[in-house]
Design a protein around this ligand. Structure first.
Ligand SMILES: [Zn+2]
Length: 194
């Protein structure tokens, strides 16, 4: 089952969510087992497979080393952006610039269609599937759901999650895991300091 389905991430940003989480930086210990960090996108072939699984790769399209490198920069830009709190995302100039540089290789066109006016990839090579992710990013920002796509506050987690809470103030991907771990640690540190 796709992670986005498991965590009930809205379809309109499911690819964006999974793209951001294709780099798993979690390294906490859970039930005595250290979580292993992993990158799903270790080379052009991995990226091609990842995209094909999500219908983001046109038949016959090849992921070149250049497209692969641009994809990793895009992911880096997206992660840096999501690492900022929603209000910070509009004010941090370095983050905005980094994201703009990262999205540049993936141009979009406004296209009138039966679904209304939508952004479509301007190119038709393998980069189109990544441009589709950039379109999800723009669309989510426009309809306001992007503010709910956040990065877990726990340093040893940094998982991107979709905040489905009513006030939209969740800080941890899983409160009962990452939230509790941090709270227990803060409590212990305070007691130690006191
Ligand atoms: Zn977490």
């Amino acid at each position: 089952m796709r992670e986005s389905k498991k965590f009930k991430v809205p379809d309109e940003l499911a690819n964006l969510y999974e793209f951001a989480n294709s780099l798993d930086l979690r390294h906490f210990i859970h039930h005595g087992v250290q979580h292993q960090q992993h990158d799903d996108l270790q080379g052009p072939r991995d990226l091609a497979a990842w995209m094909a699984e999500r219908d983001l790769l046109r038949p016959g399209a090849k992921v070149s080393p250049e497209i692969f490198a641009a994809a990793l920069s895009l992911r880096e830009g997206v992660l840096a952006y999501l690492a900022c709190a929603p209000d910070e995302r509009r004010t941090s100039k370095t983050t905005l610039q980094a994201l703009n540089t990262a999205t540049r290789p993936f141009p979009l066109l406004a296209e009138a269609s039966t679904e209304g006016i939508v952004l479509r990839p301007a190119r038709d090579d393998a980069s189109a599937g990544l441009a589709q992710i950039v379109a999800e990013l723009q669309n989510a920002a426009a309809i306001g759901t992007l503010d709910r796509l956040k990065m877990c506050d726990a340093e040893e987690c940094r998982r991107v999650f979709f905040d489905r809470s009513k006030p939209g103030t969740r800080r941890w991907c899983v409160s009962t895991l990452c939230g509790n771990r941090i709270k227990t640690r803060t409590y212990r540190e305070r007691r130690h300091a006191g």
